[in-house]
Design a protein around this ligand. Structure first.
Ligand SMILES: Nc1nc2c(ncn2[C@@H]2O[C@H](COP(=O)(O)OP(=O)(O)OP(=O)(O)O)[C@@H](O)[C@H]2O)c(=O)[nH]1
Ligand SMILES: [Zn+2]
Length: 370
């Protein structure tokens, strides 16, 4: 007699051994035995996770996504349910069967080509972040407020608090940059080679913070100072997976405990592959949320005002003319508005994209290699 075969996933077989002819019951609670995991890196279909309560020396768990997740994307910062071999032993592989509801979603639109649907693909960069740390040098390279404005919009859009981290404070003062943002009362920290980083560490404690910055601003230097283990940790997580070293576009690093401070020191998420935030997915109204100093003026705009320079009666022009906001802020807002529709001047906004960025796919793209 021929054995009738049906496809089962592993734990189906484990839960009901020998009952291969019994139909799958729909009422059984799915994966009640799943353990909680926190995704710290994603590399070509392999997800590096840790137990949320794990200590620095606890094993890291490599997982793949279960078929039942469908096309849902799993990104760094996701809180997931894991089944299978969650021991973290060398060669072991767990499966992600659940993704917890996300507290926040930091997105970007790929800027390779903002004029096509594919180019506008929205990518989730990090889930469940609490804070976006915008790293900008005060000199060498000079601060780019256009980049900072763009990051602020991404942060407000994601419902994440921004923190301005001004590096190379030994080379130039922060007055010009801070003056530009006077109205916003942005929290900021100044970093110099001899700073002790206590103020920054206090702002990172107990939270998941995403670091973004242009090349050369000193982000790697900062990450290495905050997490002396960083290089080794990144090597470890990205060497997993297919046994090839590829750089990922986001990786979560556990901050070491600081002497004297109690409680969770927090996590930083480094984003080596993310140089800017495409904002094509952000509506003109949401874009305005990044410009709290301008938003009040728009109540006097005509209905359906697009707030562009072409709008003859946009109230923003009068607002700025009356000295109620910095004209450079209005110019920046309008530059971002224009860049959203793919017609803007994006000079200085787009760096060469880092390798591995294709791993950060939106929910519409199947995971690479699986
Ligand atoms: N004067 C001064 N130089 C700094 C400071 N922080 C970093 N640098 C220098 O700035 C240069 C760039 O620093 P990195 O940490 O490599 O910059 P990055 O932002 O990681 O840039 P990529 O590696 O290209 O992504 C290095 O030569 C650092 O030594 C600082 O606070 N003051
Ligand atoms: Zn207007």
């Amino acid at each position: 007699m021929a054995t009738k075969r049906r496809e089962y996933d592993e734990d189906d077989v484990r839960v009901r051994p020998g009952k291969s002819s019994r139909p799958r019951t729909r009422t059984r609670p799915r994966h009640a035995e799943a353990v909680d995991g926190f995704v710290i890196a994603v590399d070509r279909g392999r997800y590096t996770c840790v137990r949320p309560d794990a200590g620095p020396d606890d094993p890291i768990i490599t997982a793949m996504r279960a078929r039942e997740l469908g096309r849902k994307s799993v990104v760094v910062g996701d809180r997931v349910g894991l089944v299978g071999d969650t021991s973290g032993a060398p060669g072991s592989l767990a499966r992600i069967v659940r993704i917890a509801e996300r507290r926040s979603v930091l997105r970007r639109t790929a800027e390779d080509d903002a004029t096509t649907a594919e180019g506008r693909l929205e990518r989730v960069v990090v889930a469940n972040a609490d804070q976006l740390v915008i790293v900008s040098a005060l000199a060498d390279p000079p601060p780019r407020t256009g980049f900072i404005d763009r990051c602020l919009v991404a942060a407000y859009d994601a419902d994440i608090e921004p923190l301005l981290c001004l590096t190379k404070a030994d080379l130039a003062g922060p007055e010009a940059v801070l003056g530009y943002y006077t109205e916003l009362e942005l929290p900021y920290v100044l970093i110099r080679p001899d700073s002790d980083l206590d103020a920054l560490r206090a702002l990172l404690a107990g939270r998941v913070s995403v670091l973004v910055g242009h090349s050369g601003v000193g982000k790697s230097t900062l990450v290495n100072r905050l997490v002396p283990e960083a290089e080794r940790a990144v090597g470890t997580v990205s060497a997993i997976g297919r046994g090839r070293h590829t750089s990922t576009s986001a990786v979560a690093l556990r901050l070491p405990p600081t002497t004297g401070a109690k409680g969770d020191p927090g996590w930083i998420v480094d984003t080596p592959g993310v140089r800017s935030f495409g904002l094509a997915h952000v509506s003109a109204e949401s874009l305005l949320h990044g410009f709290a100093d301008l938003v009040e003026a728009t109540v006097d705009c005509p209905a359906n005002c697009q707030h562009t320079a072409e709008e003859a009666h946009c109230a923003l022009d009068a607002w700025v003319a009356a000295g109620k906001a910095d004209p450079r802020r209005l110019a920046s807002y309008r530059r971002l508005l224009a860049s959203r529709s793919g017609e803007g001047d994006q000079r200085g906004e787009v760096d060469h994209r880092g390798p591995g960025e294709g791993d950060q796919r939106g929910p519409d793209a199947p995971p690479a290699g699986s």
